[in-house]
Design a protein around this ligand. Structure first.
Ligand SMILES: Nc1ncnc2c1ncn2[C@@H]1O[C@H](COP(=O)(O)OP(=O)(O)OP(=O)(O)O)[C@@H](O)[C@H]1O
Ligand SMILES: [Mg+2]
Length: 202
């Protein structure tokens, strides 16, 4: 299977502190890749390098054959890579509905809307959010904020999803539900091609 994301020999540092030393990985269409490693080893930094938040000093990030190594994060998001950061970053003053609405973006490709993520679909994934639709983001619990962060990223209809510690703060039952959904989703996406891969870091 051809890779849609290629991380090639990436070196990243924070100031003088070098964190990544030649990281390479590939994600193929429909594939789920997990990045595992002990605390502080550079999993989050790898994702930040892919997203352009902490750009690689050396090496390349290639998305569908295009070099995106030093592109701005908003451009990279616009090209179809969604990022669920560890620190959530929801809009505290906006309601749940507003947080989701600002992130909504039509699916890429042939524009068959039925195949993309909609409010109804993310509420089916996280029924709790349907009950909280009018509540301000800042008033949600940690686990509810995690659901909202994942839901918000899905509303952007990414082709590749980077999840940094996706189960953080979620009840075991919700995690199981999410895993089931992801398996179903991955299969569905292989069929409808609207999202081609998921990239998970736990
Ligand atoms: N903004 C920063 N400035 C300086 N050093 C940083 C910064 N962010 C992370 N680091 C350092 O970079 C290293 C890698 O951190 P990173 O967050 O990528 O690890 P991680 O693998 O995601 O760890 P964890 O499993 O704890 O989430 C750590 O030593 C960390 O202290
Ligand atoms: Mg991390």
């Amino acid at each position: 299977m051809a890779a849609i994301l290629e991380v090639q020999q990436v070196y990243t540092s924070y100031g003088l502190s070098q964190v990544l030393f030649g990281v390479s990985l590939e994600v193929a269409a429909g594939e789920c890749v997990c990045l595992v490693g002990r605390n502080g080893v550079g999993k989050t930094t790898t994702m930040r390098s892919i997203m352009g938040l902490t750009p690689a000093r050396q090496g390349h990030v290639v998305w569908k054959g295009r070099d995106i190594t030093r592109r701005e994060p908003y451009e990279i998001a616009g090209l179809g890579i969604g990022f669920v950061p560890e620190d959530r970053r929801i809009f505290a003053d906006l309601t749940v509905w507003e947080n989701l609405d600002v992130a909504a973006r039509r699916p890429r490709g042939d524009g068959r809307e039925s195949q993309g993520w909609t409010l109804e679909r993310v509420f089916d994934l996280f029924p709790k959010l349907r009950e909280l639709v009018a509540r301000q983001g800042g008033h949600l619990s940690g686990g509810e904020q995690q659901m909202l962060t994942i839901a918000r990223t899905l509303m952007g209809n990414p082709e590749l999803l980077l999840l940094d510690e996706p189960s953080e703060g979620l009840a075991p039952l919700v995690v199981d539900h999410l895993k089931d959904q992801n398996e179903g989703t991955a299969r569905a996406f292989r069929e409808d091609e609207s999202i081609r891969a998921q990239y998970l870091a736990l």
